[in-house]
Design a binder for this molecule. Structure first.
Ligand SMILES: C[S@@+](CC[C@H](N)C(=O)[O-])C[C@H]1O[C@@H](n2cnc3c(N)ncnc32)[C@H](O)[C@@H]1O
Length: 237
């Protein structure tokens, strides 16, 4: 099947973008509510937006959920904020300034080596600050500049991914803008939900889907996965 898919603006190991041509055709054409459970980069849910009347993205990683929500809600403004963060911390920005500047400063001829050497110390400061106050813009910077993208924390729930060999570049910006345009055009509202402090079970998911009809659109909601709290949360709707 020849279908075109939208990429997630979030770098994510285990992201399903490359498998969408196998995944998406498996779903029926006429769907009321599509739940992207364990959504990660949100790429599956995003690509169901034109197809399902409503999409709900769920993950236990509250930072991912906040990030998906911020991108969907604030679009270009969020990227501007991220660029300000990049400038304030003194990280590279090859989208604005090209790569040669960083190659010259570090003495490395290869783009990857130059970027990781250039960003190494500033990246550590971003990570330290993120682990202190969990700002979403810092999380996105860690995602773009970190080694493996999102979703890895140590046993104390601290972000511990080391610096990678990438930065804000033209490809990232184009992907981000394309995603935002797509979300703008999409008629299906999306909601982003983080289930924290526990794991969701299938029974809870069925309850979740059955009781969610009046779910408020376009919001990031943080709920706990403990059965009692989740049920109480659901029954309020
Ligand atoms: C492999 S990733 C999903 C990839 C995603 N489909 C994509 O294309 O980007 C798995 C995700 O499941 C989430 N996850 C794992 N266990 C979970 C649970 N019990 N409840 C909610 N989310 C969970 C993780 O935080 C992670 O983001």
């Amino acid at each position: 099947m020849n279908m075109e898919f939208i990429e997630s603006p979030i770098k994510y190991v285990g992201g399903k973008y490359k498998l969408l041509n196998q995944i998406i055709p498996l779903f029926p054409e006429d769907i009321n509510r599509f739940v992207d459970l364990f959504c990660g980069s949100g790429v599956v849910g995003a690509n169901m937006m034109g197809r399902a009347k409503e999409v709900i993205c769920i993950d236990k990683d509250v930072n991912i959920i906040q990030l998906l929500y911020h991108i969907a809600k604030y679009k270009a403004f969020f990227l501007e904020q991220v660029e300000r963060v990049i400038a304030n911390y003194g990280l590279s920005n090859s989208y604005r300034f090209g790569l040669d500047k960083y190659k010259q400063v570090t003495g490395y001829g290869g783009a990857g080596k130059a970027l990781s050497a250039y960003n190494k110390e500033a990246y550590k400061v971003v990570r330290k600050d993120f682990n202190f106050h969990n700002a979403t813009s810092l999380f996105y910077v860690l995602n773009l500049y970190g080694y493996t993208g999102a979703g890895r924390y140590n046993s104390r729930s601290k972000h511990n991914i080391s610096v990678g060999n990438s930065d804000l570049n033209i490809k990232v910006v184009k992907r981000y803008r394309k995603y935002c345009e797509y979300i703008n055009k999409s008629k299906s509202p999306a909601s982003y939900v983080a289930v924290i402090s526990g794991n969701i079970t299938y029974t809870m998911m069925i309850l979740f889907m059955q009781t969610l009809h009046t779910y408020k659109q376009q919001q990031a909601t943080i709920i706990t996965g403990q059965k009692k709290t989740l049920s109480r949360y659901l029954l309020n709707y």
